[in-house]
Design a protein around this ligand. Sequence first.
Ligand code: HEC
Ligand code: HEC
Length: 292
Amino acid sequence: MTSFWSAYIIVLTVITIIGTYWLLFGNRSRPSDSEAKTGHVYDGIEEYDNPLPAWWLYMFVITGVFGVGYLVAFPGLGNFQGLLGWSQEDQWEREVQRAEARFEPVFAAYRDKSIEQIAADPQAVRMGQRLFANNCSVCHGSDARGSVGFPNLTDADWLYGGTPEAIHATLVNGRQAAMPPWEAALGEQGVTNVAHYVRTLSGAEPASAESAAGEAQFKMFCVACHGADGKGNQMLGAPNLADNIWLYGGDLETIKHALRKGRNGQMPAFGEQLNEDKIRLLTAYVYSLSSH
Ligand code: HEC
Ligand code: HEC
């Protein structure tokens, strides 16, 4: 906060506190004039100007004193840090340190174990599952089965590979899929033909004149990433198109959309956010989900 806004807040706060006391004491009627009337009359009923009840007055004064004491002790008045030196960052850091000290032995137990060994340990898998619920389920679903655009992590079909090393690399560095758009290269008829051909790869539809025309273009434009038989390439995250498992959907329209506009699925990197212990527990959890 700049010193101007700091001063602004301090002045405003102090004036407000003084103002409330002035309102209270400056306008207070005393017990001696208990017969005083406000002059307000409604339907012949006159309003007395009685003093505030003592308990109310004292509560107000105590609240005010507490407030002033609080502002002296804790941050609240602009940039003034308070005499106790408390800050939210310190408190947060202390809590993190306490949590780390507490969980350190738990994590340490898994450090010299392989991912396969961790995945076979029910307690570790439960910890991985909780980490998954906090960090991953927003995209992959609480059961890790994914949805359109978010891969199912429980099957044996992998975009980038299901080995412990591949899963670990996915979590640390993230993944950025790059399927370019093809509408310019293929034209609308080409998009339709190739989409039909893609569907024949998994047996979703029988070969036809259109798919036969699409095959030539597939061989020209697509095999570099998806492979000659359409089985994909895990180095590039290019999906297997021949297994009838779809990231975005296997109906004709969805495939045509992918061909026209391209696809750019993004898996965020967690290497900065989560420490290696947690990443390894998560890797083991994901690894444990699919059968090996
Ligand atoms: C913001 C959404 C999002 C979050 C959060 C997210 N993911 Fe992903 N994840 C994706 C997307 C999208 C892909 C697919 C990328 C692509 O299209 O190539 C992916 C891919 C993956 C893959 C690769 C799957 C394969 O078939 O190779 C793994 C493993 C994975 N995520 C695990 C995780 C774990 C574990 C977490 C939590 C630490 C997580 N993801 C958090 C969106 C997310
Ligand atoms: C530069 C590499 C590359 C080329 C060339 C390429 N693709 Fe892809 N394709 C990918 C990647 C990577 C993905 C995954 C996109 C994602 O995860 O968001 C993908 C996804 C797809 C999908 C969606 C699959 C699903 O499971 O939903 C289809 C369909 C597809 N490609 C068909 C084709 C066809 C047909 C061609 C040729 C016209 C082609 N691709 C050319 C890299 C490529």
